[in-house]
Design a protein around this ligand. Structure first.
Ligand code: NAP
Length: 267
């Protein structure tokens, strides 16, 4: 999607490449980013945490989130950012969903993306409850944000109390992701709250089983493809200086085209 944006914006000298990085090559590959003709990088599993110690500076939030997905340069120094939290908020805004102190957000999951989402919700002053299959991991997440003086608690179970409380439900688990499209993290025995907006970070398939549950209950459901585009736009802006709102529509279109191609029968 970044190469599509370079082309669309006439940035002819720019290129987005894959750099396979086994763990023992991480330091060497980060050092390669210091070359003057490199603007930065994205970082993905399994390096999102390990890369923190190789950088010159970190943007606020990356310490609490505990992961970096974007590296960019500021005055020649390598700086780490996590654009997932920016992308999440930007996509909610795109869909006209306001997040503020009145928002009661029930977050499902306690992995890397849940940390970024919880950080984003805290930035907007929302009240947050975190449910996770493995309770200890939810406890670790909540402790990581304790110093931010935020309103974050644990939801030990998904039940009618939690469902009745939430105005926003965010799925940060990988449940329902292709090819396990019939799975859902929301118990089939529990009505999805129709007063809540569902945001599902899973973007493949575009409409997940969980989104179908929410829609059947009369709730609004938003899938994660827009967040993927928006986190990319935030990274693109850090590398090129082109404002994220100018890039995001190009990235959204590129992703949709790619998924259409994916769905088309192969010869
Ligand atoms: P992660 O760090 O591996 O965390 C996975 C989470 O899913 C954990 O909380 C895990 O619970 C939970 N989980 C896995 N299998 C489960 C099951 N069968 N039942 C209940 N819970 C289960 O992954 P991540 O990086 O946070 O990513 C999570 C999802 O978000 C993925 O689908 C990813 O593609 C998507 N994502 C989307 C965007 C976007 O831009 N839209 C950005 C980032 C991630 P345990 O702790 O109990 O194992």
């Amino acid at each position: 999607m970044h190469n599509a944006a370079f082309a669309a914006l006439g940035l002819s000298g720019w290129r987005y490449d894959l750099l396979e990085t086994p763990p023992e090559q991480l330091a060497v590959h980060v050092a390669r980013l210091r070359a003057p003709d490199v603007a930065g990088a994205n970082v993905t599993i399994p390096h999102k945490q390990a890369v923190l110690t190789h950088l010159d500076a970190l943007e606020p939030g990356t310490q609490a989130i505990g992961a970096v997905n974007t590296i960019f340069k500021r005055e020649g120094r390598l700086v780490g950012e996590n654009t997932d939290w920016l992308g999440f908020l930007a996509d909610l805004e795109h869909h006209g969903v306001e997040v503020n102190a009145a928002t009661r957000a029930l977050v499902l999951g306690a992995g890397g993306s849940a940390r970024a989402v919880v950080y984003a919700l805290i930035q907007r002053g929302a009240q947050v409850r975190v449910w996770n299959r493995t309770l200890a991991r939810a406890q670790t997440l909540v402790s990581a944000f304790a110093t931010l003086n935020a309103n974050v608690e644990i939801a030990a179970q998904l039940d009618t109390d939690q469902a009745g409380w939430a105005t926003l439900v965010v799925n940060c688990t990988s449940v329902g992701m292709w090819p396990h499209v019939d799975e859902t993290p929301w118990p089939l025995s529990l009505d999805f709250p129709k007063q809540a907006v569902l945001y599902d970070l899973v973007y493949r398939p575009c409409v997940t089983r969980l989104m179908q549950q929410a829609q059947a209950a009369g709730a609004r459901a938003i899938g994660g493809l827009g967040m993927l585009a928006e986190q990319g736009a935030a990274a693109f802006a850090l590398w090129t200086g082109v404002p994220a709102p100018s890039v995001a529509p190009i990235l959204r279109q590129a992703l949709h085209a790619h998924l259409e191609e994916d769905r088309a029968p192969k010869r």
